[in-house]
Design a protein around this ligand. Sequence first.
Ligand SMILES: [Zn+2]
Length: 147
Amino acid sequence: MEQSEKTKNLQAMWRNKAISDTYEPGSTFKLVTASAALEEKIAEVDKEGEFCCTGSIEVAGVRIKCWRHYRPHGSESLRQGLMNSCNPVFIGLGQKLGVHKYYEYLEKFGFLRRTGVDLPGEAGSIFLKEEKVGPVELRNNSIWSKV
Ligand SMILES: [Zn+2]
């Protein structure tokens, strides 16, 4: 086995996936959107009828469905929106926050940089640079889904 192949195999064998790989968080990221919205006081936890799921929401000319578009959630509070994992609620909150404010929270939560953990090979952020984020990317971040 040549040295370069040995090195490659050793690196593969000792690769720490928890440190070196990245994962898309999926709907769990709606909690981050909710946290930012609560902190900015653009939403309340239990305000009845604060949101209304009609089964979809339009972003940049594209209609994004709620996962339960066939029987929309209707009137719901933020808590209910979280319980229902309702896409329109969190896309709407992302739109209200706007890209700059949303990115301020991503920075505060530490999602835009490495943690600095003392282990080799830590992956970097998987978020786009703020200046490259438009309404579609903001929508994706708000619910962490590339729908
Ligand atoms: Zn819904």
